[in-house]
Design a protein. Structure first.
Length: 430
């Protein structure tokens, strides 16, 4: 009993003076009660202080946070009071285009999350991670959920530009930026990024999914996240959807015309020959619209796939991307062949698509589901069908002027062995 009282007394001493070391606390206890001489070890007392949140680091941190359990510098108590945004970039060369002819170089995912209820309000997936990708998500959130009081972003160039500043100023949204190299200041969305990595890691291992299948799987992963109970102190066992919908704070919707005008952006661009440079891409300009001063007015709108050229005669004309031909040299990345990809297991991807099919009443048996995943998601064909396809391609090229030698080589696809006549002919040539 005397020993337990001494430990409680040590906690009180540390709270009275957080600079007091463990060795000095032991000296004070031994001075107050000589019977404790050489009975208290430093490791025992240090462990007891940590268990009772009386370690020096805990007390100093608590003093800086003014008694709050979590740092929560931007923590709010109502919905739509603060949104946290981020653009996540998975690994390169992991998703094919829908035709499965080439791997996409980069994929960007722009996410907006409510900081109070942790609900993902909107996400956008694209192959270009520019400002328009982020603004498209912000536009959708305002149309669906109404007024936003504040936005919390990092110091990326996608957020620190005139487009974002003008939109937030016109819609009365306060912009808050993180300090450099301080990811914990937007810890809610960083925790979300770690959660969705279970899906992205398996996509990276497979390297055989098409872009549309990737987007469908990611949509299901976000739905599962919003419908999963959270055990943190904020949600306390509720799902983000339940917590967001139970908030009694009214949603304030804005005028559609005011929102559309806030996201419209006009900029004067210089014409180089017959194209302009806008958002790190080239767009073709028809000769009849090029003025003498070599300058044109470009307008961008939310959710628009391309910028528009403003003309006095024809109004706004959508621009087409400038094409300069195929690239001669590209860095080669290893991608798993379709048959090689499905020999491995990707349980998280299968789980998301299985639940999605069950919700749509399309799931019948596990065997049928596996065949669907092979053909539609992983784009896998049998080796025999692949050989037939290659042989038909060579025959088609023969009509276009391919030599008979190439056709003969194509015929050898069906057999992995060289014939005896071919071996004898090679010996005669030598």
């Amino acid at each position: 009993q005397c020993f337990e009282e001494a430990l409680e007394r040590a906690v009180a001493m540390r709270h009275a003076d957080n600079t007091l070391s463990v060795a000095n606390i032991i000296r004070c206890l031994e001075s107050e009660n000589p019977a404790l001489k050489n009975r208290i070890k430093r490791s025992t007392l240090q462990r007891h202080l940590q268990e009772h949140e009386a370690a020096r680091r805990d007390l100093v941190s608590n003093a800086l946070q003014h008694g709050r359990r979590v740092l929560g510098r931007f923590q709010v108590k109502t919905r739509m009071a603060l949104l946290v945004g981020d653009i996540k970039e998975p690994a390169r060369k992991i998703v094919w285009n829908d035709e499965h002819t080439e791997l996409l170089d980069r994929i960007y995912i722009a996410i907006l999350i409510d900081n109070c209820h942790r609900k993902v309000l909107d996400y956008q997936i694209s192959t270009t991670g520019n400002t328009d990708l982020f603004l498209s998500g912000l536009y959708n959130v305002i149309k669906l959920y109404g007024q936003i009081k504040a936005l919390h972003l990092d110091l990326g160039s996608q957020y620190r530009n005139q487009k974002v500043t003008n939109a937030c100023r016109l819609l009365n949204i306060t912009l808050k930026y993180c300090k450099p190299r301080s990811a914990w200041q937007k810890g809610s969305i960083e925790r979300l990024n770690r959660t969705i990595d279970d899906y992205l890691v398996e996509v990276e291992k497979a390297k055989s999914m098409g872009f549309t299948a990737f987007c469908e799987g990611f949509a299901e992963r976000i739905r599962v996240y919003n419908d999963t109970p959270h055990s943190n102190e904020i949600l306390n066992g509720k799902t983000p959807n339940e917590s967001f919908n139970s908030d009694l704070t009214p949603l304030v919707y804005l005028d559609d015309l005011a929102v559309a005008n806030a996201f419209e952006f006009a900029k004067t661009c210089r014409v180089y020959s017959d194209y302009i440079k806008y958002d790190k891409r080239k767009w073709k300009i028809e000769p009849q619209y090029i003025k003498a001063d070599k300058k044109v007015m470009i307008i961008t709108r939310p959710n628009s796939p391309c910028p528009e050229l403003y003309t006095e005669t024809d109004g706004c004309i959508p621009l087409k991307e400038y094409e300069i031909g195929e690239k001669v040299s590209q860095k080669c990345f290893h991608a798993s062949s379709p048959s090689e990809a499905y020999e491995k297991e990707y349980p998280m991807i299968d789980l998301l698509f299985r639940e999605k099919m069950r919700q749509e009443n399309r799931y019948t048996t596990e065997e049928a589901f596996r065949e669907y995943m092979k053909k539609e998601v992983y784009n896998i064909i049998s080796e025999k069908e692949g050989n037939k396809q290659e042989l038909s391609d060579f025959k088609k090229q023969k009509k276009d002027g391919v030599s008979s030698e190439d056709i003969r080589q194509a015929a050898s696809i069906t057999s992995p062995y060289t014939t005896l006549a071919e071996m004898n002919s090679k010996k005669d040539e030598d």
